[in-house]
Design a protein around this ligand. Structure first.
Ligand SMILES: Nc1ncnc2c1ncn2[C@@H]1O[C@H](COP(=O)(O)OP(=O)(O)OP(=O)(O)O)[C@@H](O)[C@H]1O
Length: 739
């Protein structure tokens, strides 16, 4: 049966009813290309003889390339649907070729605006001496290196050498063949040539093939070239009708499912001898890699027990949804430890272990000390304050709930410390403030008060659950009846606590592909910075980094990264994190609009949201983000009073139909076409109460988290970012945006 290959081009995407007919057309084509009614026809006067058009209906034509080769069945490369005459015009000017330098299949259509040129057509000339300062020239590149070493189209390479800034390069890249555009963006930002080649899978030499002598041999060469990792940025071999339907119906939104970057593809499918860490900035596709990897592992072994997890329940639900969209046929587990993929929040997974355990008394005692074995509820939020109040000798800066709960989560729980003597000699890695013996005695007294209160209540807190679950799994290792898994995939790893890591380490035995961890130290908005090696998770050289942002425009990304400056960030291996991200998309500069009062700010917000809606932006593609839930209610009411109906989002998947108002924390992992950050005022960002009575180290940490929160919020914007303030603007806002 003919093989369908998707290679959607700009402008070839159509509305739903035509899509349905395009699907019917391709479905038929994939069964038998000789069927009547398909009208697969060659075009006179085309630059590539393989091009065809096919009849979708009276008005619409599909543009395709037919590769017959020596195989029984042809490959059809579908580039889109256009009205009849336009389809013919596009077909005439489109060309499919194999890059002579690196063997990548390349499609250039008239719609891309690129100059169709299959191979170096003109003699290569050195740039003239009087040429203006060239960005790539200043990095040591010349026409020869770009064309002959990398394989960039000569005309594009000339234009790239004339570019004097990263922004100019971005404009060029947007019209180039995908892999060439990405290579130029990387080179322009200072990435060495060998790294660019490695990330695109161009680091293995191309096998010298005899020049194809016949059209069939040429077709065969093209079919082979479609499989190159960099070609798969543009071409997707469709496996079945279901995949075809989804790829067509979702258009651009399906891109993450089929057109993986060569690096993403590698991390989704490569086997690792032990824990692997994938870092990457916001929007670099970490979640996409995790979801693909879950599918890969499940397909490789349908009996495998796979846990896909993350910090919050909402994000876990979003990953579950993405997995369903990627592959509805995937084996799913209905509970932790069953065969198939199980998607859940990390706390729910830990809770499931406790709920399923026959006897927890020993585990509770080993982690929390002697206490009632009953667990009947969650420890009250003010329990730390109450415990601190019972210890008058506790110095002020050590009596905040922030300090005590962090000390508990970072030192006491992971160390399974149950006595004062243990605490007095405990190592306190990652804690900024040194404690002498007297202070330790006072802190321990507060911890004991906290624990005895919980014992009386029979309660347990969020931090304790994974710690006890880890102890239970450790104790029952080798026994049946306790859930274990074969693979753990973690998103948002930067937010997990030491006890979470101990729990995960206990859940999966050390071995190949045991843990795959995605993280972004710049997005740590909960808890403290953690170093995995302390909790039995040894990465040792198995870590990689994604730097290409798929979501955010270069303008918004640059601005968002600005919010991170002034704080230090450390990754899960304890190394400093750099913000060397780039984007392949450009758009308007972010705007910051200071308003004289809250009323004026609400007026402005209503005006801008109305403008977006009037311009046809889908309501739910507008995200209105604020620092806290009080502001969310205030903003929603203010907009409502001004005739703009919005929806405040708390738990669960947001319902579509209205612009969505939510806190920045809630927006984590989400994305919107337009983002308005409201109330970015000096007294709210950072919130004043958060900084009260903290040690210097804790204060620095809170400030870094507030910066991260702002970075998270800003990087939710795909296209447009607007920030409004009333009163003094937050000092955390970068100063470079347009007012
Ligand atoms: N290969 C790809 N092709 C097209 N779009 C992609 C690709 N990879 C990722 N994307 C898109 O980029 C956006 C960000 O992806 P994803 O959420 O996986 O990134 P992330 O690194 O997890 O981001 P964050 O850390 O901000 O949550 C999504 O819209 C996703 O569909």
């Amino acid at each position: 049966m003919p093989q369908i290959v998707m290679a959607p081009s700009k402008g070839g995407d159509v509305d739903t009813s035509v899509k349905k007919q395009a699907f019917a057309f391709l479905e038929k084509l994939s069964t038998d290309d000789s069927l009547a009614g398909l009208h697969i026809e060659p075009i006179a006067g085309c630059i590539d003889e393989r091009v065809r058009t096919g009849r979708v209906n009276d008005f619409w034509r599909a543009v395709l390339f037919k590769l017959q080769g020596h195989g029984k069945d042809a490959h059809y490369i579908y580039i889109g649907v256009w009205p009849h005459d336009e389809a013919i015009a596009i077909a005439r000017k489109s060309r499919l070729s194999v890059n002579p330098v690196n063997g990548i299949a390349e499609l250039i259509t008239a719609t891309d605006g690129a100059v169709p040129a299959a191979a170096p057509a003109r003699p290569i000339q050195a740039p003239k001496a009087e040429a203006p300062p060239s960005l790539l020239g200043s990095r040591g590149f010349d026409l020869q290196s770009l064309v002959e070493d990398l394989g960039i189209d000569p005309d594009l390479a000339r234009a790239a050498l004339a570019a004097t800034s990263e922004d100019e390069m971005l404009v060029l890249a947007e019209t180039a063949v995908q892999w060439q555009g990405l290579a130029l963006i990387d080179l322009a930002s200072g990435t060495p040539l060998w790294t660019v080649k490695a990330t695109l899978g161009l680091d293995t030499p191309v096998e010298p093939h005899p020049e194809p002598a016949t059209p069939e041999q040429e077709d065969d060469a093209l079919i082979a070239a479609l499989q190159h990792p960099a070609a798969r940025l543009q071409f997707a071999l469709i496996e079945d009708n279901e995949e075809l339907r989804r790829a067509l119906e979702d258009g651009d939104f399906a891109a993450w499912r089929v057109f993986l970057h060569p690096e993403q593809r590698k991390y989704a499918s490569q086997s690792y001898n032990g824990p692997f860490r994938l870092s990457g900035g916001a929007g670099t596709g970490k979640t996409v890699v995790l979801v693909h990897r879950a599918r890969h592992l499940a397909r490789q072994n349908p009996a495998a027990r796979i846990l896909l997890t993350t910090y919050t329940r909402t994000l876990a639900e979003a990953m579950d949804h993405a997995l369903q969209r990627l592959d509805p046929t995937l084996p799913r587990a209905s509970k932790l430890g069953d065969s198939g993929v199980y998607v859940t929040g990390i706390d729910a997974a830990a809770r499931a272990v406790l709920v399923g355990a026959k006897d927890l008394a020993m585990d509770l005692e080993s982690v929390l000390g002697v206490r009632s074995p009953v667990i009947s509820g969650r420890t009250a939020q003010n329990a730390w304050a109450q415990a601190a109040a019972t210890v008058p000798e506790l110095p002020d800066e050590l009596s905040s709930a922030a300090f005590l709960s962090a000390e508990y989560a970072m030192v006491v729980l992971p160390g399974r410390i149950t006595t004062r003597d243990e605490y007095l000699t405990a190592r306190r890695p990652g804690r900024g403030v040194a404690l002498d013996r007297k202070k330790r005695i006072a802190v321990w007294a507060a911890i004991e008060a906290y624990r005895s209160g919980a014992s009386i209540e029979g309660s347990i807190d969020f931090a304790e659950v994974p710690a006890v679950a880890a102890a239970h799994l450790d104790r029952t290792a080798g026994q049946s009846g306790t859930p274990r898994v074969d693979h753990v995939l973690v998103d948002e790893g930067q937010d997990l606590t030491p006890a979470h890591w101990q729990f995960l380490r206990a859940l999966v035995a050390p071995g190949p592909n045991d843990l795959f961890i995605a993280e972004d130290a710049h997005q740590r908005i909960y808890g403290q910075s953690v170093v995995l090696g302390r909790y039995g998770i040894q990465i040792v050289g198995r870590s990689q980094r994604l730097r290409l942002n798929y979501r955010t425009t270069a303008e918004n990304l640059r601005y968002a990264v600005g919010a991170l400056s002034g704080a230090a960030f450390v990754d899960l291996e304890g190394e400093p994190e750099v913000a060397d991200y780039r984007s392949a998309r450009s758009g308007p500069a972010p705007r910051i609009i200071p308003c004289p009062s809250l009323t004026a700010e609400l007026d402005k917000a209503a005006e801008e949201v109305s403008r977006w809606l009037a311009a046809g932006v889908e309501p739910e593609a507008i995200g209105l983000l604020v620092r806290d839930s009080h502001q969310a209610t205030q903003l929603a009411r203010g907009l409502d009073d001004r005739g703009v109906a919005v929806r405040v989002v708390e738990q669960g998947a947001p319902r579509p139909g209205r612009p969505l108002v939510m806190t920045m924390h809630r927006a984590k992992g989400m994305e919107f076409s337009r983002v308005l950050i409201a109330g970015a005022n000096a007294d709210l960002l950072p919130a004043e109460y958060l900084l009260k009575g903290l040690t210097d180290a804790d204060r620095m940490d809170v400030l870094a988290r507030e910066r991260s929160l702002l970075y998270v919020a800003m990087t939710r914007a795909r296209d447009e970012l607007l920030i409004t303030t009333s009163g003094s603007p937050s000092n955390l806002l970068p100063t470079t945006a347009v007012s």
